[in-house]
Design a protein around this ligand. Structure first.
Ligand code: HEC
Length: 253
């Protein structure tokens, strides 16, 4: 008897709960504040002139550089290519470490097309998947470290850009190795390694390491619950970063 009563109550309660449901109309929202927050939503459109463009989110200030990204001043155009070819030089010293790193990266990213020797006869060329891959000693092209960097950054026709897979430090390491291959193809003697101690690019290396650490750090922070006091946590990084850039500017002067 008791359980029958329970069953009836349960059915009655369920009926009450679902009976107001309309398939075609708007139904009640449970906790509407969860759907419609009182604060402005970043990307929603708002009427009136409260915000420029009616949107809370603003475009970054002109000249803003996003974290983890260094500006590259040469344009993706024929002119930019020629400029880079003539003027851009490798900031990394030609040390054994840098060249070995460059070789490893070259083998990962470039050899499949350009071949281990840089003669343009990589696996994809032999299988005729990609055509028109030049040898690095192609006289008509007369590649320079600047042009090598430029094509890695933007790509060139059938060759894609490597700006995402590699950072600028790695691209310069690869550029060293590509010139090595060019010299080998031409039968020229090996370039002598620079002393690892010179490390005039150590600030660049340090800068990139620091930047990568910051990117990782900020990704971690983003995924953490908000509301913690982030200022104190990032204060040390910012300090280091500004030290870094001071260092670089004084070097450039
Ligand atoms: C998918 C195949 C492919 C891969 C992978 C590839 N390249 Fe290329 N590369 C090409 C082709 C094709 C060209 C010729 C592009 C043209 O001139 O139309 C080229 C041209 C070049 C040139 C000559 C550009 C000039 O100034 O004329 C250089 C230098 C070069 N690649 C370097 C690299 C480096 C370094 C990597 C690795 C980071 C790489 N390539 C990866 C296909 C590839």
């Amino acid at each position: 008897m008791k359980s029958l009563f329970r069953i009836i109550t349960l059915i009655a309660v369920s009926l009450v709960a679902v009976s107001c449901f309309q398939e075609k109309g708007r139904n009640y929202q449970y906790f509407p504040n969860m759907y419609k927050s009182a604060s402005y939503e970043t990307y929603l459109e708002y009427d009136g002139d409260l915000f420029e463009n009616g949107q809370e989110a603003k475009l970054p200030v002109e000249g803003t550089v996003s974290r983890g990204w260094m500006p590259y001043e040469y344009e993706d155009s024929n002119e930019g290519y020629q400029n880079a070819k003539a003027n851009l030089s490798n900031p990394l010293p030609y040390t054994e470490d840098n060249v070995n790193e460059g070789k490893a990266l070259y083998t990962i990213y470039c050899a499949i097309c350009h071949g281990d020797k840089g003669d343009g006869k990589g696996t994809l060329a032999q299988r005729e998947k990609i055509l028109g891959i030049p040898a690095y000693n192609d006289a008509g092209r007369a590649i320079t470290e600047g042009s090598i960097y430029h094509v890695m950054f933007y790509g060139l026709n059938n060759m894609g850009s490597y700006a995402v897979q590699t950072n600028e430090f790695e691209r310069w390491q690869i550029a060293h190795y590509v010139l090595d291959l060019k010299r080998n193809l031409n039968g020229e003697p090996q370039r002598e390694f620079e002393d690892a101690e010179i490390e005039n690019a150590s600030s660049m290396k340090k800068g990139i390491a620091l930047r990568d650490a910051q990117v990782e750090h900020s990704n971690e922070k983003d995924s953490l619950a908000k509301g913690q006091d982030e200022n104190s946590a990032s204060a040390t990084d910012d300090h280091e970063a500004s030290e870094m850039s001071n260092h670089e500017t004084s070097e450039n002067n």
